[in-house]
Design a protein around this ligand. Structure first.
Ligand SMILES: [Zn+2]
Length: 243
């Protein structure tokens, strides 16, 4: 665990357990009038079964959540999906409230190695996130396929959206590895969430909170969350959250 903790301190400083992250953010968001009764939570994580713990942690605090999940944590539900989630929100005193929790994930094994995890019933280490590891492999081989494969829709879209960022100026000076691709994915998901909010949220009638980051699996059991964006938007005014 010592090597794991070292890795967390270096790569994901300040990461909290999922329960701590949810409880702390709930208290911070509650100051702006949100609570479990007047708010719908929307959660987007990777399809990997290791990621479900974050969905359960959200449910503990906010109640049952609308499912935004897709391969790699990519937001593929589109405006129809967002509008459906909003239409399920409670209306209290004429207002709707949404909390979005969306992020990619990464494993860290007991030696502190990023991108690795153990899975029950399987020998040796496994990859997490498998989709990002696969894309990294394609990039490194120089044979990245960016076509829209109708038999592989989610992975195709993930690659199409993430690639421009990985080929951008920020990546000319840093190594292309599982950490940088995961961070790029976290930023992509944050930007795509904000784009969808712009297209589908009417701030005249709705307030919302944004929580993005990276879900980090511990070597034995449980996961942590490193924070990326955390803010609320109340009556169209953005306020950063602190805890
Ligand atoms: Zn994954």
């Amino acid at each position: 665990m010592q090597e794991f903790q070292k890795s967390i301190d270096i790569h994901f400083p300040g990461a909290q357990t999922e329960a701590d992250f949810l409880n702390s953010s709930y208290r911070a968001i509650a100051k702006y009038g949100f609570d479990a009764d007047n708010t719908i939570a929307c959660v987007g994580v990777c399809r990997d079964e290791l990621c479900r713990s974050l969905v359960w942690a959200v449910r503990e605090v906010w109640g049952e959540a609308f499912n935004f999940s897709s391969l790699g944590g990519m937001l593929t539900l589109g405006t129809a999906g967002f509008s459906a989630a909003h239409a399920h929100a409670p209306v209290v005193d004429g207002r709707e409230r949404y909390v979005y929790v969306v992020m990619p994930h990464i494993g860290i094994d007991e030696l502190g190695v990023l991108g690795k995890c153990l899975r029950e019933g399987r020998h040796g280490t496994s990859s997490a996130c498998g989709a990002l590891t696969a894309m990294l492999g394609e990039l490194k081989s120089g044979e990245l396929d960016l076509s829209l494969d109708q038999d592989n829709i989610e992975y195709s879209i993930l690659k199409q959206h993430l690639t421009p960022r990985l080929l951008g100026p920020d990546f000319q000076t840093q190594p292309l590895d599982i950490k940088t691709i995961t961070m790029a994915m976290s930023n992509l998901i944050t930007d795509e969430l904000e784009h969808m909010i712009e297209l589908t949220v009417d701030t005249e009638i709705a307030d919302y909170a944004v929580l993005t980051g990276v879900q980090v699996h511990q070597p034995v059991e449980g996961s942590m969350v490193w924070r990326n964006a955390s803010y609320v938007c109340v009556r169209g005014e953005r306020q950063e959250l602190s805890w």
